[in-house]
Design a protein around this ligand. Structure first.
Ligand SMILES: [Zn+2]
Length: 168
């Protein structure tokens, strides 16, 4: 599939992420930009009247690397769900999982070692409790506010719960 309109694609992915993981915190405007960034990034900025602007920047190189662009837009869609200043392993793992769900087969092999670990932990959690993310975000819409005790309450082992709440 060709991505001719990355913003429309991102908005569609955010809607799918909301259906799966619970609603996004309200934002005034969303934009996707291509820039000379080393790592793709999701940025939130608060304007004078309290409006939250959301921007996603992905590298120019991705314009010609469609499988990775598909992965990356889906990955960033999860980061777009809430304004977090601390990214936990849980959030990064969910973003990685959702990215792979929307990318061609083979993208998982290209993940770095730490993201493979976060992914394995998130898969363990979802095996114990398939609707875990929506339940957790129902209580704490921001991933950074989710506590190990909340994760343990869903049947996860304490060491897994602690790891998932650590900085990613
Ligand atoms: Zn990420």
């Amino acid at each position: 599939m060709s991505i001719t309109d990355p913003l429309a694609r991102l908005e569609s992915l955010i809607a799918q992420a909301e259906a799966k993981f619970g609603p996004r915190q309200p934002v005034a405007l969303t934009a996707v930009g291509f820039a000379r960034v080393g790592n793709p990034i999701t940025l939130f900025s608060k304007q004078e009247h309290g409006a939250v602007i959301l921007m996603v920047a992905v590298g120019e190189a991705l314009l010609t690397d469609e499988p990775t662009l598909q992965y990356q837009l889906a990955h960033e869609a999860v980061h777009c769900l809430a304004h977090n200043f601390k990214i936990t392993r849980l959030e990064e793992g969910v973003a990685t999982l959702f990215g792979l769900d929307h990318a061609p087969a083979g993208e998982e092999d290209r993940l770095d070692f730490v993201r493979k670990q976060y992914l394995a932990d998130v898969r363990s959690l979802l095996k114990a409790s398939p609707d875990a993310i929506r339940v957790l975000r129902g209580k704490s819409p921001k991933f950074q506010d989710i506590e190990p005790a909340d994760i343990e309450a869903l049947g996860a082992a304490p060491d897994l719960a602690n790891r998932l709440c650590a900085p990613g």
